[in-house]
Design a protein around this ligand. Structure first.
Ligand code: FAD
Ligand code: NAD
Length: 480
């Protein structure tokens, strides 16, 4: 096979592997360079998301939720299970099996679509040349392509006072691999990872303390939803300390002493394990040679336009490497968009309608603008918020915590934002995405028929509530 490709993708995560498959579907001779070696010592596709991110974390979230339900909720349903036994090793093996099934599935999709998987490291040079260094050693090869898609993803941010050793002080990857339940678990950062992985180990019995530098809980989330979720997570046992800045850690053989400061001064606490989850940064190390020509922005993201073109014609960058939320589905849609743009199509990701989800229980999900953002814009708006406590299906399932909220343009009736805290929020939010994608008015949602009994009826009621027409809650006109 010659070393000239129509498309070379560097990185085989959700952005890169999807871009490669779509490019191949469009008839391009495509290669994807991925260097990852998985924990079984084998080359693996799927990137952060499938190997050490979205999928293993959700596997553990689901397992730990089942354990929690058996422990706390079954009795309520009249189900007695006797003394519970937890087998962390089996739980981890199940998670690993799910990961292998999915990453193996991507490899099969590459075969089926005739994408060449080059196992090793890629580096972009000038003139769309890519230097490929095989994992297994051997000579470097210089490959050429008409189009190069950079999809190298991101890595965890590190902070000097808490250096990760993946034993006592771990990042998200280490926190997915504990072989026993830490008695006392510290988490630095009350963001998405801190809350999800904190929840996993808390459900399994850890006493979890979350140290968050900022004074506000989930500042990017609609305030009403953030406030409500903070109450629920605290009730579940997460000790969330806001305005807490870690200044030092001291490790012992099996524990770590953490020093942090907050408005009351300096404190010390000892944990068996400490998770550092303070954000992720674009992974550009070794990706670009000096003459590559692509520009980085001030935060080290690769600079791209709204269709992911870099400053070098024919070179694109997608996913966690570029601006916007660091989410798998955003990376996926950018991968599709770039392959189609290469083919001369006019695909555009709707960045205004990218949903966000935190997979706690209940889940938190949102799309579009928060009430605070709309208020700040000065445009007139209306809001409808309805609790799941008014929903028969939620009550029947014992899942009545949380609410659905719409933020709507008062002049045009357009849906500007939807926010959910509640059961299956990750699924319900898609109704808001569809509404926004189609430019729906809130009246469209009000006039639709929703199956009964279903959780979606709370979406309907929240839509009705924006015009004080909700049936199952007593509404008072609210002041803005
Ligand atoms: P990545 O998935 O990071 O893939 C990039 C790949 O490129 C890597 O495999 C890397 O080995 C490879 N690579 C890098 N440089 C080179 C090179 N020079 N040569 C060859 N290969 C290279 N997002 C969600 O939407 N939902 C979730 O539930 C979710 N959960 C998460 C949970 C955790 C614990 C973490 C850490 C992240 C989670 N994310 C989630 C975020 C999600 O994983 C990322 O947004 C997504 O993986 C980004 O995709 P990507 O293709 O841009 O990069
Ligand atoms: P994050 O940005 O969600 O949260 C990091 C938190 O750490 C913030 O609240 C920040 O204020 C805090 N922080 C920063 N520095 C700190 C310090 N020195 N001390 C204490 N707190 C500090 O980042 P994350 O939780 O690490 O997740 C990284 C990214 O991965 C997310 O932005 C998200 O895009 C992605 N992710 C998504 C999902 C999902 O979609 N469900 C799940 C996990 C991760």
């Amino acid at each position: 096979m010659s070393d000239k490709y129509d498309v070379i993708v560097i990185g085989g995560g959700p952005g890169g592997y999807v871009a490669a498959i779509r490019a191949a579907q469009l008839g391009y001779k495509t290669a994807c360079i991925e260097k990852r070696i998985n924990k079984q010592g084998k080359p693996a596709l799927g990137g952060t998301c499938l190997n050490v991110g979205c999928i293993p974390s959700k596997a553990l979230l689901d397992s730990s939720w089942k354990y929690h339900e058996a422990e706390e909720a079954f009795a309520d349903h009249g189900i007695k299970v006797g003394k519970l036994d937890l087998d962390v090793k089996a739980m981890q093996e199940r998670k690993d099996k799910v990961v292998l099934q999915l990453t193996g599935g991507v490899a099969s999709l590459f075969q089926a679509n005739k994408v060449t998987w080059l196992q090793g490291t890629g580096q972009l040079k000038a003139n769309k040349q890519v230097v490929f260094t095989p994992n297994e050693g051997g000579d470097e090869q210089t490959l050429e392509a008409d189009n190069v898609i950079l999809a190298a993803g991101s890595v965890p941010v590190e902070i000097p006072p808490a250096e990760v050793d993946q034993k006592i002080i771990v990042d998200s990857t280490g926190a997915l691999e504990f072989d026993s339940v830490p008695k006392k678990l510290g988490v630095i950062g009350a963001g998405v990872i801190g809350l999800e992985l904190g929840s996993v180990w808390s459900r399994l019995g850890s006493q979890v303390t979350v140290l968050e530098a900022v004074d506000t809980f989930l500042p990017a989330v609609d305030k009403q939803i953030a406030k409500e979720s903070q109450k629920l997570f605290t009730k579940q046992g997460l000790d969330i300390k806001l305005g807490a800045r870690v200044t030092a850690t001291k490790k012992n053989k099996n524990s770590v002493r953490v020093t942090y400061t907050d408005k009351d001064g300096e404190h010390e606490e000892t944990f068996d394990r400490l998770i550092v989850a303070v954000g992720r940064r674009p992974y550009t190390e070794g990706l670009l040679s000096q003459d590559a020509g692509v520009t980085l922005d001030e935060r080290n993201f690769i600079y791209v336009d709204n269709q992911c073109r870099t400053d070098v014609p024919g070179v694109y960058a997608i996913g966690d490497l570029v601006r916007g939320p660091a989410l798998a589905h955003k990376a996926i849609e950018e991968g599709v968009m770039v392959a189609e743009v290469i083919a001369g199509e006019h695909t555009q990701v709707n960045y205004d309608a990218v949903p966000g989800v935190i997979y706690t229980h209940p889940e938190v999900a949102w799309v579009g603008k928060t009430e605070e953002e709309v208020k700040e814009s000065g445009e007139p708006y209306k809001v409808g918020a309805v609790p799941f406590a008014a929903n028969g299906r939620a009550l029947a399932a014992g899942e009545a915590a949380g609410l659905v909220k719409f933020v709507v343009d008062e002049k045009t009736d357009r849906v500007l934002g939807m926010h959910v805290l509640g059961p299956q929020a990750s699924e319900l939010i898609q109704q808001g995405v569809v509404a926004m994608e189609f430019g729906a008015s809130i009246e469209d949602l009000q006039l639709m028929v929703f199956g009964h009994p279903s959780l979606s009826e709370t979406v309907h009621e929240a839509a009705l509530a924006t015009d004080y027409k909700a049936i199952h809650v007593a509404q008072r006109r609210r002041k803005k």
